[in-house]
Design a protein around this ligand. Structure first.
Ligand SMILES: [Ca+2]
Ligand SMILES: [Ca+2]
Ligand SMILES: [Ca+2]
Length: 661
């Protein structure tokens, strides 16, 4: 939630306040959302998330259980036409094999295997005949009267980190779509309620609801787009009253970040049964659902605040009003106790009873709805024990029943990677967080063109492995920053990638760019995040480059019709990217290696086991030769063109995703 502008309460937006355009986020009314709190100073410069903060560049760090070593499997070549490896090297390794490639007198494949753990395996010859490894004498019973070959625990000093996998879904395969429920689709006009006095239209409820989301599921919108996880705004009941944002405007609770009755569903979105029906509909289509959960605070009208004021930090703090960014700082020692707005009491989770109440509520939402994960708001504004206790209870009460890993992704709105990384620990805290530093680098290199692509190249090298076994969520836009398309305009509406857009939130609102070029630049940014590891996030409407300034203008009603040609072209590009990503494990689970970078171009290779994919991006306004590609012939999965390395022409403002012919 970022709080940025309005009303979200919190907002805060990360870096925004510093260096960038002002306003910390709090401006808005969400209050909650943002949470972030600007991390001072860290976001403004190019260095901000760069290699600097926190650590050692690209070398990954993780516990042995998450380490993976590369091991080359070989099979002596004979008259067979194919050899495939099957085994316990991966969770799905017995069903999804790795093909070996013939090289002289041997078949070979380099495969990631778990660190220090024995791997049982067989080769499948010509697609039908299962045999042990003739070059490896170590064997074990296969439980079916035969034997498997055994690779004895491989250890290595150069390793990658892989997240834990449980159940039927590997979260590295997720493509996330953020449905801002109130602004998506009105599927049931009977729940729209009346106007709230004092609130202007951009900050009022717009009628969107869970029935509307369900209808789009039924219509196949998400399936067509290639999305397999939905993130829905917070479901808890919020009050029907106005609250002042820091921008001098009154807001409603359309964003869901002012929890009042924590165990009730927000009536503007529907009944609990509607949310359950939505989740069931999604699951039937192999789409997971995660809910936004705002745990930092409640609304002052909430019964829990009335009944248990001792579970909340007092607003009065040494004679000052401890509102974040006002009497108290968004950062520093007061960051966990400050109130996002003076009507949003802040839980004191140093109190075990308060923690238990809140975590009980979060767990109950999971049990009541069958959701698959949480997006957790403003994590750096709450006490760590809340996160660690939630993870422990998710393991014991949810995962033991579902048999599926419950994904938790946090929001810490900052350019400081060390702060973000602090919470990333799939075993004890969060699976991942939103990669704000990567977003900043992508925007400055690909959209505003204020930094050279070599800068992005260096950042990517330092970012790889930085979060260990974490599954970060990569993104270009969200509900706390101006719509991405405006950074991509021929003359960017905002030149600073951390701009919060509050100068164009209520007036002087930006229009949809004409022509194709802005959409082509945004398409390039999507090529980047859909060809890197992580969970790529699409903020609703960004798949068609919707217009919008700062909060709340970045939350306009979803545009369902009358797309411009630029919008249609962008949508088609995103669809291709999700399909290419689904077809190539290298893009979801692979290791990246840099191929070349210039001011306007970037090229890298993604490889996972036998799957190798080459990504070439040209942000320039003319065609460029992109080097570093191997010799040979390639198919471009985006355009269908056939090209040859080592130097490939890439048209203006476009990208190529190549596989060897
Ligand atoms: Ca409605
Ligand atoms: Ca309500
Ligand atoms: Ca707090």
């Amino acid at each position: 939630m970022a709080g940025v502008s309005g009303g979200d309460a919190g907002g805060v937006g990360g870096c925004v306040g510093h260096g960038a355009s002002g306003g910390d986020g709090a401006s808005g009314g969400d209050g909650a959302s943002s949470g972030a709190g600007a991390s001072s100073g860290t976001c403004t410069g190019g260095a901000a998330g760069a290699a600097g903060s926190g650590g050692s560049g690209g070398a990954p760090q993780c516990d042995d259980a998450y380490k993976r070593c590369q091991h080359e499997f070989k099979y002596p070549a004979g008259s067979e036409t194919s050899v495939e490896l099957r085994g316990s090297f991966a969770a799905d390794g017995w069903t999804a094999g790795v093909p070996l490639a013939k090289s002289g007198s041997e078949w070979k494949a380099s495969v990631d295997v778990p660190y220090g753990v024995d791997v049982q395996y067989k080769f499948v010859i010509d697609g039908t005949k299962w045999v042990t490894d003739p070059t490896n004498p170590t064997k074990a019973p296969d439980g079916q009267g035969g034997e498997n070959s055994v690779l004895t625990g491989v250890k290595c000093t150069t390793f990658t980190c892989a997240p834990p996998v449980m159940g039927t879904f590997d979260w590295r395969d997720a493509v996330l779509y953020f449905v801002f429920v109130d602004r998506f689709l009105d599927g049931d006009a009977t729940n729209n309620g009346g106007a709230i006095p004092g609130v202007d239209a951009p900050a009022a409820y717009h009628g969107g609801d869970w029935a509307g989301v369900r209808k789009k599921l039924q219509d196949g919108y998400f399936t067509d787009l290639g999305v397999n996880v939905l993130w829905l705004t917070a479901p808890m009941d919020n009050p029907n009253q106005a609250g002042w944002g820091t921008d001098g405007h009154q807001y409603s609770a359309y964003h869901g970040y002012w929890p009042q009755n924590l165990d009730k569903a927000e009536e503007h979105f529907g009944a609990l049964a509607d949310l359950k029906a939505l989740v069931s509909e999604a699951h039937a289509k192999k789409i997971r659902v995660i809910l936004d959960y705002a745990m930092n605070h409640v609304h002052s009208s909430s019964p829990v605040f009335t009944q248990h004021p001792e579970w909340f930090w007092s607003l009065d703090f040494g004679g000052k009003k401890c509102v974040c960014g006002e009497g108290c700082g968004w950062e520093g020692p007061d960051a966990k106790r400050c109130w996002f707005r003076d009507y949003l009491p802040d839980f004191d989770f140093t109190k075990p009873a308060a923690r238990k109440f809140s975590i009980d509520n979060a767990i109950q939402w999971v049990k009541d709805t069958g959701i698959d994960g949480f997006r957790l708001d403003a994590v750096k504004h709450i006490e760590d024990a809340w996160v660690t206790e939630l993870r422990a209870r998710v393991k014991s009460e949810i995962e033991t029943v579902s048999g599926e890993h419950f994904y938790m992704v946090g929001e810490t709105f900052t350019g400081d990677r060390a702060t973000i990384k602090y919470y990333v620990d799939p075993n004890a805290m969060l699976d991942g967080q939103f990669d704000f530093p990567l977003r900043a680098k992508a925007v400055s290199a690909l959209l505003t063109r204020s930094a050279p692509m070599t800068d992005l190249d260096g950042f990517l090298a330092s970012n790889e492995g930085y979060y260990g076994p974490g599954i970060m969520s990569t993104f270009i836009g969200n509900h706390d920053v101006p719509r991405s398309i405006h950074f991509a305009a021929d003359t960017p509406v905002w030149g600073n990638e951390w701009a919060d857009g509050k100068d164009k939130a209520w007036s002087n609102l930006p229009n949809l760019p004409s022509g194709q070029s802005a959409f082509e630049r945004l398409a390039n940014a999507y090529t980047l995040i859909f060809t890197l590891r992580g969970v790529p996030l699409l903020y609703y409407g960004d798949e068609i480059g919707m217009a919008g300034g700062g909060d709340p203008d970045n939350r306009r009603p979803m545009q369902w019709t009358n797309l411009s040609s630029g919008q249609s072209q962008l949508y088609a590009h995103v669809k291709k990217l999700t399909a290419i990503r689904a077809a190539h494990p290298a893009l979801r689970r692979g290791t990246r290696s840099a191929l070349s970078a210039t001011t306007d171009t970037l090229a890298y290779k993604m490889q996972h086991n036998a799957d190798a994919v080459y990504v070439l991006i040209n942000r320039g306004d003319g065609a460029q030769q992109v080097g570093g590609v191997p010799n040979g012939a390639f198919d471009d999965l985006l355009s269908g063109a056939q090209v040859s390395g080592p130097s490939v022409s890439v048209p203006a403002r476009s990208s190529r995703i190549l596989v060897a012919k």
